[in-house]
Design a protein around this ligand. Structure first.
Ligand code: PTJ
Length: 253
């Protein structure tokens, strides 16, 4: 038995665990109520994908790992859904690629910002020596309204590569316009954020975040030339097309 009192062999285990974590996140002031709706939409796409990491998403996860290992100042952006679903896994990925974490919210309030920063510190960031940023808010992303534009100058503001799971399309486009390379993790291959970025991973954050960390560990001894070759071989448009195909043609049980 686990945190939801169901055996892991239960056929809906993953989905029920995910719902439980999101509900719990809302109760604890971490996840927004809109996060419940986002989760429902994500679940529908995941069901159509067969709740698995398709080969093109695994290639994308490897390219994302290469991009992060090549980066000078990588930052992992965390919102209320990511904080509820994969806090330890996000810290583990940050440690594997030597990145900082920054809390960056669509529905930003001081209470939620502080609750999420504390949650991540307690879920391993302090122990792993991973910086959790977002509270300084001393820089702005040009072209966005006030609250969504707030970032830390030493975090997303100065980053060269940003991982933005479940990102809103405007902000993904605005970050790309600042010249940053982005990795988006989003189950919807048609979302504007997935279309705007260097490496779109069409997969559930529950699977994608640990998968990128595994690829990063596997590539830790690779040379710069090898990492660059992996990145060059990755075709973002083809990956999005493969995901859309898998969703449209998937056989449902
Ligand atoms: O915590 P905040 O205030 O920053 O708000 C975060 C949410 C996610 C509520 C906000 O950014 C939002 O409203 O997002 P959207 O526009 O609903 O988009 C969420 C996207 O994430 C959709 O394309 C979903 O398919 C996708 N999604 C939902 N759950 C998952 C997911 N993708 C990957 N893994 C998931 N578990």
């Amino acid at each position: 038995m686990s945190e939801i009192d169901l055996p892991e062999s239960h056929p809906r285990y993953q989905s029920l665990l995910t719902r439980h974590r999101i509900e719990d996140g809302v109760d604890r002031g971490i996840t927004s109520r809109q996060g419940l709706i986002a989760e429902g939409r994500g679940e529908a796409f995941d069901y159509l994908l067969g709740e698995r990491t398709i080969p093109s998403a695994d290639d994308a996860a490897r390219a994302a790992a290469a991009l992060l290992l090549l980066a000078d100042r990588p930052v992992l952006s965390v919102n209320g859904n990511v904080a509820a679903l994969v806090p330890e896994e996000t810290v583990d990925l940050a440690a594997a690629v030597d990145a900082d974490i920054e809390v960056n919210l669509f529905n930003r309030t001081d209470e939620r910002m502080r609750a999420i920063v504390t949650h991540l510190r307690e879920r391993g960031a302090d122990e792993a020596g991973v910086a959790v940023r977002g509270l300084d808010a001393d820089a702005r992303i040009p072209g966005l309204d006030h609250e969504r534009a707030k970032v830390d100058a030493d975090g997303i503001g100065g980053a060269d590569v940003v991982v933005v799971p479940l990102e809103d399309g405007d902000r993904a486009e605005a970050l790309a316009a600042m010249g940053k390379s982005e990795v988006v993790i989003d189950l919807n291959p048609l979302s504007r954020s997935a279309q705007a970025v260097t490496v779109p991973i069409v997969d559930n954050v529950l699977r994608a975040v640990p998968n990128v960390a595994d690829h990063a560990r596997d590539l830790s001894g690779a040379s710069q030339t090898e990492l660059e070759a992996i990145l060059r071989a990755f075709d973002a448009d083809a990956a999005l097309e493969a995901a859309e195909d898998a969703i449209r043609s998937g056989e449902l049980d």
